[in-house]
Design a protein around this ligand. Structure first.
Ligand code: AMP
Length: 448
């Protein structure tokens, strides 16, 4: 019989003494919902206009879906995935990003037989075991946009334009940083020259960068370590390795962006961490810094991944391009830009009840009002009329409906005009129709 090894709890596991959320995870409370609803609305309108269909992805995938696509020598696969073996012995991972899953779905559902490009979007939480800090969580949400089955540069531009306008529609100004990584073959020969260059300067590299040099030299261009700016400036530049076709593809993307008036800057050091990118890569950076100590965190990023679908077993030469936008970071940028929507609840009609009989009868009347599609609110837990009218006032209701003991007996109900204070007693059976008509009249008056 095998003996189970004793697992020592990690430092952070020990710290979690009481029942509270895990480090890097959080609740999204009612006060925050107005902003999240706005994110939903803007995402829906934008994706509908550009003909994207929604996909809802499973939270768990076979680990190989991510290992094969993102690449073994990347931060995500090396150290950030929540991976475990289930009761049946299957190795699985909580999705750290969406592109690999979408590419898997494209192949699995035979989407290559549909008219191309197939355009899909998702708005879901993802999971990475990162060190939590401002704008960095272990569960975070992304809006993803993926266009598969075409290598046309107009799609690169369209995805960037959509990402840019998603932020803009939410009140956040961004600048796009853009670069081209070339084809897989170009990247390979460039990476080999880059490694040679940095090997020549190995003495100046610290431990982290030496590791990068060994495992994934391209990532050295991402490095923010001391002294690297100077070294990077002397390094070979990817743009010089691009062949004519790739150069033209990139030029066209830039021309489309110029035409669409999307502000961008060329960043020769932008490589993005993952293995699957080819040609265009980009990131969106808020014009207001949102990170810790005023640092710049990207709100979103993406690029072209022409090799990914073939790599996962799909048809050769299936071009694709996509973007992912970090919702928590966009919310942070919305706060910084004072662009958060008002989260106060507003209602057109407020239902008040007075006394036990009214409360009982009121439950049903309130349901009738609600089912008639009126924007109604209530406070059944309150017994005092003054307190209820105060809430009605706060919610900016223009009409209050009041049901008391006497009205219950008479089969009537009171309609109160909140502005004028005038009250009228009507037949309870007719209240829905009368209130709907009043609201219409009020709206007409406001327009005049
Ligand atoms: P990536 O593809 O890793 O660059 O992720 C795209 C976007 O998702 C980033 O620009 C961030 O806005 C967001 N994002 C990535 N990782 C996290 C995280 N750990 N916490 C919050 N947002 C994240």
């Amino acid at each position: 019989m095998s003996v189970k090894p004793k697992v020592e709890p990690t430092k952070s596991a020990k710290k979690l003494r009481t029942l509270e959320t895990l480090r890097g995870f959080r609740d999204i409370l009612p006060d925050e919902q107005a902003a999240w609803d706005k994110i939903d609305d803007v995402a829906r309108k934008l994706t509908q206009a550009y003909g994207f269909g929604r996909i809802r992805l499973p939270a768990l995938e076979a680990t190989s879906v991510f290992e094969r696509s993102i690449g073994k020598d990347t931060d995500i696969v090396e150290k950030e995935m929540f991976t475990f073996v289930d009761q049946g012995g299957v190795k699985m991972t909580l999705r750290p990003e969406g592109t690999a899953s979408v590419a898997r779905a494209y192949i699995e559902h035979g989407m290559l037989n549909q008219p191309q490009p197939v355009k899909l979007w998702y708005l879901e939480p993802f999971f990475r075991h990162e060190r939590p800090q401002a704008g960095r969580y272990r569960q975070f949400w992304q809006l993803g946009l993926e266009a598969m089955g075409s290598d046309d540069s107009v799609l690169d531009a369209q995805i960037i334009l959509m990402a840019y306008n998603f932020c803009k529609d939410l009140g956040v100004e961004t600048i796009v940083q853009i670069n081209s990584l070339g084809t897989a073959a170009i990247r390979k020969s460039y990476t080999s020259d880059l490694a040679k260059y940095f090997k020549g300067h190995a003495k100046k590299l610290n431990e982290t960068d030496l590791k990068r040099l060994q495992r994934n030299p391209l990532r050295l261009l991402d490095s923010k370590e001391a002294g690297m700016e100077e070294l990077k400036a002397g390094a070979p530049q990817l743009i010089e390795y691009l062949d004519d076709e790739t150069k033209q593809h990139f030029m066209k993307v830039l021309e489309y962006l110029d035409e669409a008036e999307v502000p961008y800057t060329l960043n020769p050091f932008l490589v993005r961490g993952l293995d699957y990118y080819t040609k265009t890569v980009f990131e969106l950076v808020s014009t207001n810094p949102i990170g810790e100590n005023g640092s710049q965190l990207a709100l979103g990023g993406g690029g072209r991944y022409d090799g990914l679908i073939p790599l996962l077993g799909g048809r050769e030469a299936t071009g694709a391009v996509g973007a992912a936008l970090g919702i928590e970071r966009i919310l942070l940028a919305m706060k910084t830009a004072n662009a958060m929507p008002d989260s106060r609840r507003v209602a057109d009609v407020f239902f008040c009840q007075l006394g036990e009989a009214a409360r009982r009868k009121g439950l049903k009347i309130f349901e009738k009002l609600r089912q008639s599609d009126l924007n109604v609110a209530e406070a059944f837990a309150k017994g005092n009329l003054k307190a209820q009218l105060e809430i009605a006032d706060k919610m900016q209701a223009s009409i209050a409906i009041i049901l008391g003991q006497k009205e219950v007996l008479d089969g009537t109900i009171i309609i109160r005009d909140m502005e004028a204070g005038a009250q009228e007693i009507v037949d309870v059976e007719k209240v829905v129709g009368i209130v709907a008509k009043r609201l219409q009249d009020n709206k007409k008056k406001q327009k005049e």
